[in-house]
Design a protein around this ligand. Structure first.
Ligand SMILES: [Zn+2]
Length: 226
């Protein structure tokens, strides 16, 4: 970001001044709101660096606000994606009623309590009732919900309920195994604690044999490859 002098000295930003003098016009306001939001984010990150006792103007940190902004925007890009429309165009009629499993889907998310990463593997299964979904769409659903501020329990349920809603299958099962850096780096400092959550819907909830079949099939997932 190009800056002339310290914004703390110059008062309001050029962008704010521009907004005040420009006549209201819907598209212009929308673009300016976006620019202001983007610009504010960098200012806030600069301020956080100062509050941490750092000098945001030193060489190593000068571009950090911009990098952090871009990184956070990417890691939360799931807010701007519409799962419903992605799935709607990828569901096909098919007479197949055996369990379909997408195993070892890599998952990276940010915990909403500390905004620190949690990461691991997600396993998804469903038993179709005349409708199947393109295989690449299951990891896509996992990715979209992961790229938001999350808690692991809600993420697991959102994936399960979304597939249940769109596919209307006999059942959906979702399991997530993840390590939370907020536990590993701070707080209780349990470095290797694995948090496991599951969402069992339809036949996976009501039929213990179906549930066991799923759990057996995901056993031995490649944790060492994380
Ligand atoms: Zn946390």
């Amino acid at each position: 970001m190009v800056r002339e002098g310290d914004p703390a000295d110059s008062g309001e930003s050029d962008l704010l001044r521009l907004l005040k003098i420009r006549r209201p016009c819907y598209p212009v306001i929308r673009i300016e709101r976006f620019l202001i939001r983007e610009s504010f984010m960098e200012e806030y990150i600069r301020e956080i660096l100062k509050q941490l006792g750092e000098d945001p103007d030193r060489d190593g940190l000068i571009k950090t606000p911009q990098r952090v902004k871009e990184s956070l925007s990417f890691l939360t890009s799931g807010y701007g994606e519409d799962v419903d429309s992605i799935l709607a165009g990828s569901i096909f009629e098919e007479e197949h009623d055996e369990m379909i499993i997408a195993r070892d889907i890599s998952l990276y998310s940010l915990c909403e309590h500390h905004m620190l990463p949690f990461f691991g593997k997600c396993h998804v299964a469903y038993i179709p009732k005349g409708r199947i979904v393109g295989l690449s769409k299951i990891p896509r659903v996992v990715e979209i919900f992961s790229r938001r501020l999350q808690i692991q329990e809600r993420l697991t349920n959102q994936i399960g309920k979304t597939l249940m809603h769109h596919l209307k299958p006999y059942g959906v099962a979702v399991t997530i195994e993840a390590i939370h850096l907020c536990m590993a780096m701070r707080g209780v400092r349990k470095r290797d604690s694995l948090i496991i959550t599951s969402s069992m819907l339809g036949a996976f909830r009501t039929n213990s044999k179906t549930r066991m079949e799923f759990l057996n099939l995901i056993r031995g997932s490649d944790r060492h490859k994380w």
